[in-house]
Design a protein around this ligand. Structure first.
Ligand code: NG6
Ligand code: CA
Length: 502
């Protein structure tokens, strides 16, 4: 090779993004309903989360990290597609028999990583629908994760409190006896199994609102189900079951770059800890399943250590929405809450337009690359697609991931600031612009029915300065009408443009 050619080769090498051999593994630990204040690294004192804290000590802890919505399905939709869910009808909380809401063929977080050479897996809660039309749970369950970029999946199809209460591995229900076919309905009763409504005496955990349909494992659920007896999950074993699937995936792929989306059931309802965690938190089952979640995190981190992968693995931990205390079962969460603040310093929680709806734990660890510390950068899970695409050297097409911004420098702690603006989504839309937050006028419902979460809904709209007033207590709308108007039109423009990625 002459000198020119070798110089060129050198330049090409350096200009290239990380090449396959050095691509970091990516593990996304995604909790369900875990609040900002539910982990001790964010200030919880009555509950200790040593494994989550280990990530915080060795990595970057974000104080202004957001899920894309204040409930599960829209949050996960945005995480997977890089598109704000409020742009699309049908992305609200899905029933357990909903169709897949992400079109196969579309660029997704897993598809872009797969294209870059990653082995990809989704293990745990899905809740993005399955199948293209009415699904036969006894046949091939598709399209699903495998059709949108995952190589492997082991799923809780919807939520722990929704039927069907069975696991799906790749295209099949696990452990199904063909002689006992599954039928599921959210409209009418199917089969003749007892419901919680008619037979509360059969329940080991009673509902506080809703959740009174088919009884599975002594717990009545949302929806009706019959059959599939040999395939039904045991709630107490769920955390162990999915963690062991996640660990096996890591073991199988230890010699090549992998992406693991590990979406725990904890700490969603029904909160049914394994006996080794029951009663251990002193805060009832809600506290116990926080300990259980922390244990799952520990087992994943230990696996990375054991296989000598930790140094080259980017671990991200977050939650799909803010916290809720009573979300439908009489599990002592309200009674044993005491002075614990699930949303930390933020107001509201799951379902809420206040910061507690979407401001969730966000931790990023990549030893050797990410300097441990704390970051106040404004970032959102909708940004993971563009950011991780940049990390692995993939370019997005013009119509891909329309709201995903490359926040890699902020996520890796190389930049102190993140987004200038973010649309937060709960019942209505809000615009964050720096420390300012404008909440659109809503119907005025103050408190969420049943859960008692403060919704942050006001018919006049609201304006807060989160620097001076992190608790969103002082509405500055009438003091600063011009600023509110400006932010309102800015939000309208983002809505109308159909995209926000330049
Ligand atoms: C609500 C359920 C709640 C929970 C939520 C979804 C009732 C009364 N409440 O409709 O218990 O399942 O949906 O939670 O049914 S999420 O985290 O998956 O968005
Ligand atoms: Ca959730």
């Amino acid at each position: 090779m002459d000198r020119f050619a070798s110089l060129l080769a050198c330049l090409v090498f350096w200009a290239l993004p990380l090449h396959a051999a050095s691509l970091p593994n990516i593990v996304l630990l995604y909790a369900d309903d875990l609040g900002y204040g539910d982990v001790s690294c964010n200030g919880a004192t009555r509950i200790k989360t040593p494994n989550v804290d280990r990530l915080a000590e060795q990595g970057l802890r974000f104080t202004d990290g957001h899920s894309a919505s204040a409930t599960c399905t829209p949050s996960r939709y945005a995480l997977m597609t890089g598109e704000y869910a409020w742009r699309r009808k049908g992305t609200g909380i899905l029933p357990g028999d909903a169709r897949l809401i992400i079109e196969p063929g579309r660029t997704t977080l897993p598809s872009i990583l797969k294209k870059a050479g990653y082995a990809t897996a989704a293990v745990g809660k899905w809740h993005l629908g399955l199948g293209a039309e009415k699904l036969d749970w006894n046949g091939d369950i598709k399209p699903g994760p495998l059709e949108i970029g995952f190589d492997y999946c082991f799923l809780i199809p919807a939520t722990g409190d929704r039927v069907p209460c069975v696991y799906v591995e790749n295209h099949r229900v696990v452990g199904l006896d063909p002689a006992d076919p599954i039928e599921v309905s959210f409209k009418m009763r199917v089969g003749n199994e007892p419901t919680g409504k008619e037979h509360p005496e059969l329940l080991k955990l009673r509902p506080s609102h809703g959740h009174d349909m088919t009884i599975i494992n002594g717990i009545s659920r949302i929806g009706y189900m019959t059959g599939g007896k040999s395939a039904r999950w045991v709630d107490e074993d769920m955390a162990d079951t999915i963690t062991s699937k996640a660990v096996s995936f890591i073991e199988r792929n230890k010699d090549r770059p992998f992406f693991l989306y590990f979406a725990t059931h904890d700490i969603h309802v029904p909160r049914v800890p394994h006996p080794r965690f029951a009663g251990k938190s002193g805060m009832g089952p809600r506290g116990d399943v926080i300990l259980q979640f922390d244990d799952c995190v520990g087992r994943i981190l230990d696996t990375l250590d054991r296989l000598n992968l930790a140094g080259n693995t980017l671990v991200i931990l977050s939650s799909d929405n803010g916290p809720v205390v009573d979300d439908g079962y009489q599990d002592d969460a309200v009674e044993k809450l005491g002075n614990h603040k699930p949303a930390g310093p933020w107001r509201g929680g799951k379902y809420s337009n206040f910061e507690g709806g979407t401001r969730v734990p966000l931790l990023v660890r990549w030893p050797g690359r990410v300097k441990p510390g704390v970051s106040d950068a404004l970032v959102c899970q909708v940004d993971l697609l563009a950011s991780l695409a940049a990390l692995v050297g993939q370019t997005l097409g013009p119509d891909d991931a329309p709201d995903s911004l490359n926040m890699l420098p902020a996520l890796l702690g190389e930049a102190e600031t993140g987004r200038e603006q973010l649309v937060e989504h709960a019942g209505v839309l809000s615009l964050r612009s720096g420390k300012w937050k404008y909440i659109k006028p809503g119907k005025g419902q103050k408190v969420h029915r049943n859960t008692n979460v403060e919704l942050g809904n006001d018919p006049e709209g609201q304006l807060y300065h989160l620097g001076d007033d992190p608790g969103e207590t002082k509405n500055l709308l009438s003091e600063q009408p011009d600023r509110a108007r400006e932010m309102s039109s800015s939000l309208d423009r983002i809505q109308q443009a159909g995209r926000s990625r330049p």
